[in-house]
Design a protein around this ligand. Structure first.
Ligand SMILES: [Mg+2]
Length: 282
């Protein structure tokens, strides 16, 4: 073998070598979300973490239902909510449904987010449940809590979301649409603020669940520093009224690294991210 290789002209050997090295430079390990996706799909710690979040919520559930003044929604603090039935609001993606198989497909295709492919995935209705979420929501529903799913999935693919949730055993109402999708009604924007206000008209919101700061409070396009301040300002809410699920793959935390500037090239995003790598103690 080696002997026959020696007979090949040098330029062919170099060309083949270059071809192999350029193949390896587009390896899945270089996709920006590979490590985060591998962690979500394979780390036992991911399952432990989400289970911990939902078990903590379970231990607060009886108290939240019984205390008629208990609310997770700041705008309800000054409202007479004692006669309103309790409700829980959960985000969908990476809060109750795990879409890491969709992410894994993108990595294998070496592609980035595409709305059409995403909507096709939603209509497949094949997302996994986030560990702990089904058991918790069933328990809350059995105790008379209305479960609302507040998602930035588009209204036109809501049937896919409903089928996916239903097949996994998530509680849904027979009489009322409790999946509140993006733009399902005129003023329901991706900011989610209006949809939380909509639920608050008829229910006492006892808990909020999400993987993004915007699932709890309006935090659209604010800086990384302001995001950290919002978390601190609301520190008494975490683990009591507000429950956050881990999402290292995507979210406003990631867009905040480059100030939500979609006009930047991948190279510019890369260098903005590099600047965020802190090599000194804070
Ligand atoms: Mg989400």
């Amino acid at each position: 073998m080696f002997h026959s290789l020696q007979k090949l002209p040098l330029w062919i050997i170099l060309a083949v070598g270059f071809l192999f090295s350029s193949c390896s430079s587009t390896s899945t390990l270089q996709h920006p979300t590979t490590s985060a996706t591998l962690w979500t799909q394979n780390a036992a710690e991911y399952d432990a973490l989400t289970t911990m979040v939902y078990r903590t919520a379970t231990s607060n559930l009886a108290m939240a239902i019984e205390d008629s003044y208990w609310t997770a929604y700041p705008n309800q603090e000054d409202q007479d909510i004692r006669s309103l039935p309790p409700a829980i609001i959960l985000d969908v993606d990476e809060t109750v449904l795990d879409n890491s198989p969709f992410q894994a497909r993108m990595i294998k295709q070496n592609s980035s987010f595409n709305l059409q492919q995403w909507n096709d995935w939603v209509m497949e209705a094949k997302a996994n449940p986030v560990p702990g979420a089904v058991k918790f929501t069933q328990r809350a529903a059995n105790q008379g809590v209305a479960i609302f799913y507040l998602t930035n999935r588009e209204a036109k693919v809501e049937e896919g979301t409903r089928q996916n949730l239903k097949e996994l055993g998530f509680p849904l109402s027979e009489n009322e649409d409790r999946i509140l999708s993006n733009n399902e009604r005129e003023n329901w924007t991706s900011a989610k603020t209006e949809r939380r206000a909509f639920v608050a008209q008829s229910h006492r919101i006892i808990m909020l669940f999400g993987d993004d700061l915007n699932d709890f409070v309006s935090a659209k396009d604010i800086s990384q520093k302001e995001r950290a301040q919002l978390v601190k300002k609301n520190q008494d809410k975490w683990g009591r009224f507000w429950y956050v699920l881990p999402n290292p793959v995507y979210g406003s935390w990631e867009s905040a690294l480059y100030n939500f500037d979609d006009s930047l090239s991948p190279a510019q995003i890369d260098s903005a991210k590099k600047e965020r790598l802190n090599t000194k103690k804070n």
